[in-house]
Design a protein around this ligand. Structure first.
Ligand code: PRX
Length: 571
């Protein structure tokens, strides 16, 4: 059953008429905004920061940063200078165009200086989520052959430096650090560096960023994006985030995930808005306080966060004056109609769902402020993007038929490679002309898309994408674990939680201590968000004759569903 559509909001929007724009728009129209129109070359960091200094916005606040200890702001001019300094620091240790520079640290202004500095040198930036433990860090630095790492003393403990032959320099961000060997003091060098830097102008198709993300099999894969993605970051920041230059915008995502870069760095700054970054963990009070204090006008977050705010109760939100808010958006998981209803109640605004993936680089299917939204639907493809529901042979299905959510190849921010893994990259494009997303969905008669689920076994827990294979591999490293199968179990707050089915080795007994020990083993070896919240012990797990754990059967057990075709199962 579909919910009744909510009417359009009032106001002047950057995208005033979806249907007309969808008919007439061409990506070429956007290209003139950036320097390659004049010089043939470009650099994301110039377009996002320095360009605004050159266009009379030097003194506008570009970044508000706060956490429990710090409270700072930087104008576009200051951010230009800080990132120039960071670029000089990186260049001084030999970073060159195309090198991989990884940043593994909690949010802080220095993270953003290092990030932008990396781009100014023409290198490829690899942001790592601060919660990653040694195994996860190793996989990523090894695969990308990172040359430089910027980190903190606490996180350095999780970096197996001795096993990483390509890693030449480690910058430590800490006020009390003393340099030794290839461990250098980032802040000291930043302070001493020149604020002038000759930007490395690159081709639109040169590498920009590597985001590692999970699939259903294999290790996490490095999704490579190029500078050309800016066309779509910029245009969606206008149409979808509806940003104007006087907006105060807050994206709650960490830059370790694609939302925290495409829309925590690139989109808002390309559009010339003021960007709010809040460090620290989630807390309803802190979050509402952040919205109130900076008078945030546009806010981008995730269903899990909205559900947690919802469960904190409406008394909390009433303590704050949030009247500056004019536009709210969501990404990462299905946005429940109840959450939209709650948003309408407490903020008197609709929450706009947006759909996209690490691989798409930017928003693809969205709800726009000038458009009627249908709660529960992801909206319609942005102008310039063609989405369709196709069957496994690549035939486009008619409305209201469920199938593969696919995108016509060729949008500006599409990933350009899976690092060191051409077969994996090609597998996304196995149906001629289409990118196959791995999500299932249907489209209604009016062109709205409705998310149904993942076709593979990828788990979305609290907005974070977790590959079951990675968790299973870690689990079987534990001496007590003989076999492990991991699935996503539906959860009212987190969307899904990670549930592990485990068969123990002979000689081990199920105890509460052992269960906790196994959970901690994953937490410490991979990341807290990848540790199973639920563990169920079984004598044996369902496997195919070739020995592959049948997650489909585990899921059926869990949800009390029919197990389907078991012909490939061993006995
Ligand atoms: O299953 C879809 C889900 O998140 C997946 C992509 O995850 P990731 O690459 O980590 O990027 C998340 C943020 C860009 C998709 O394949 N997903 C994303 N947005 C939505 C969604 N599921 C339902 N509704 C959405 N709006």
């Amino acid at each position: 059953m579909k919910m009744q559509a909510l009417p359009s909001e009032k106001g002047t929007f950057n995208l005033t008429n979806y249907e007309d724009t969808n008919q007439s728009f061409n990506w070429k129209d956007v290209e003139g905004t950036f320097s390659w129109a004049k010089t043939g070359l470009v650099n994301m960091a110039y377009e996002a920061i320095d360009r605004h200094v050159d266009n009379g916005k030097a003194d506008q606040i570009a970044l508000y940063y706060s956490d429990a200890k710090r409270d700072e702001s930087y104008t576009f001019k200051q951010l230009k200078e800080q990132s120039n300094k960071a670029a000089n620091v990186l260049k001084s240790v030999g970073v060159e165009k195309g090198d991989r520079v990884f940043i593994f640290m909690p949010r802080s202004p220095e993270l953003y200086f290092a990030f932008l500095g990396t781009l100014k040198v023409g290198a490829i930036v690899g942001p790592l989520f601060e919660a990653f433990m040694e195994g996860a860090v190793r996989d990523r630095l090894e695969d990308s052959e990172a040359k430089v790492l910027v980190t903190t003393p606490a996180l350095l403990e999780r970096v197996p430096v001795a096993d990483l032959p390509h890693l030449e320099t480690v910058f430590i961000v800490d006020d009390e650090f003393t340099e030794q060997g290839s461990y250098l003091d980032f802040n000291k060098r930043l302070n001493e560096a020149s604020p002038e830097f000759d930007i490395e102008w690159v081709d639109r198709e040169d590498g920009l960023i590597l985001h590692y993300t999970s699939g259903s099999t294999g290790k996490p894969k490095g999704v490579l994006h190029v500078h050309n993605a800016m066309i779509q970051h910029y245009q969606t920041a206008k149409w979808v985030l509806d940003l104007k230059e006087d907006d105060i915008y807050w994206c709650t995502a960490d830059p370790g995930w694609v939302t925290g870069t495409s829309y925590g760095i690139f989109g808002p700054w390309l559009a010339g808005a003021t960007n709010v970054i809040r460090g620290g963990r989630f807390s309803p009070h802190d979050w509402y306080e952040t919205l109130e204090r900076y008078q945030v006008t546009v806010w981008y977050s995730a269903p899990t966060a909205f559900r947690m705010l919802m469960s904190a109760g409406d008394q909390v939100v009433k303590k704050y004056n949030l009247s500056s808010l004019r536009h709210i958006l969501s990404v990462g998981e299905p946005l429940n109609p109840e959450v939209i209803k709650w948003g309408k109640n407490v903020f008197n605004l609709r929450i706009h769902d947006t759909w996209w993936m690490t691989e798409t680089g930017a928003q693809m299917i969205c709800n726009y402020p000038s458009m009627e939204i249908r709660p529960g639907s992801m909206g319609k493809p942005i102008p310039g993007v063609e989405a369709a529901i196709i069957d496994d042979q690549g035939n486009v299905l008619p409305p209201n038929r469920m199938g593969n959510l696919a995108l016509k190849v060729g949008w500006p921010s599409m990933m350009r490679a899976v690092w060191n893994n051409k077969p994996k990259y090609d597998s996304y494009f196995r149906l001629e002309g289409w990118y196959v997303s791995g999500d299932s969905a249907y489209m209604d008669e009016d062109g709205y898309f409705w998310f149904q689920g993942r076709i593979d076994d990828v788990i979305m827990s609290a907005g974070e994408r977790v590959g079951p294979f990675e968790v299973e591999s870690k689990l079987v490293e534990h001496p007590a674990v003989a076999e492990a199968g991991v699935i996503g179990k539906p959860d009212p707050v987190r969307g899904e939680i990670i549930k592990a089915f485990i068969a123990l080795r002979d000689g081990y007994e199920v105890t509460a201590e052992l269960e906790e020990e196994i959970r901690l083993f994953v937490k410490k070896g991979l990341a807290a968000h990848a540790a199973p919240r639920e563990i169920e012990f079984r004598a044996k797990l369902p496997k195919t004759r070739s020995g592959k754990i049948m997650r489909r059967v585990l899921k059926a057990w869990e949800l009390d569903l029919p197990t389907g075709d078991l012909s490939t199962m061993e006995d």
